[in-house]
Design a protein around this ligand. Sequence first.
Ligand SMILES: [Zn+2]
Length: 335
Amino acid sequence: MTELPDNILHLPQYQVLGCKSTDDEMHFQVDVPDPIACEECGVQGEFVRFGKRDVPYRDLPIHGKRVTLWVVRRRYTCRACKTTFRPQLPEMVDGFRMTLRLHEYVEKESFNHPYTFVAAQTGLNEKTVRDIFNARAEFLGRWHRFETPRILGIDELYLNKRYRCILTNIEERTLLDLLATRRQDVVTNYLMKLKDRQKVEIVSMDMWNPYRAAVKAVLPQARIVVDKFHVVRMANDALERVRKGLRKELKPSQSRTLKGDRKILLKRAHEVSDRERLIMETWTGAFPQLLAAYTTKHKKKAPTAKVSPFYKKTIGYGLPDFAEELNYGVDLSTI
Ligand SMILES: [Zn+2]
């Protein structure tokens, strides 16, 4: 740590005058500096203070406690133009009586949690949370729903006993559509109707061939990228098949041990402990087919993979461990 914050609230334009804390609430008394110029005529330094009152503004919770900032709000009268004004507060959303950062927080959290939860956490009432959510949802709906993505994600979802094709805008992290099936003709049809479909530059998908065929036919300009999650899963499956095939050649005791050691074989080299490495080398030494399968699986990762910066934007894209895996995509557009 090299720097101290400007003040305890990280709101450099405010001066913290005092703080009071209860079991679940924190109250701060804060002051704002005098304005520099009249908001009406722009003349500087020609105003007099004219009445003040403390106005509560909600802020982000601190240490799990709800936070209220009591802002000393003053009115001023300008000597030059005689108007009276109350200066705009920095870092605040006046209509909602809260800090900008709390407003952004509620916009995000209200998508992930019930309104009552967000309300209880922040001290806002439920209606305020709902209003913020609605405004945000309307904004997103207006701007993102029909926009053809630059990076299109095609995946599937198993829903109501059948696979459905799910289309996403990877950069915006928004859902484009959910189709009734994952059949090639249905996907092709959908892509045909996409407005300005030549704008799609990259399509990220799993290895379901009908998707690839549909994209090649309708979006010939787009590069097809298979995300690493799917590649690794396929390699794991291949390794498993080799292992199962080998079992037939083993004595029953060896077979049982191999089953137990399966997890080690699925790990990556740097994740393996010394003891595990010994077990692995014993197996791969005894059975060269297994070594070959293992090497193929673990080679898949580095040399052929290309760094795909857009994966940085897809954290949480339906995969719990994606954050760690996000640096690789395998480019199959040349295959
Ligand atoms: Zn003035």
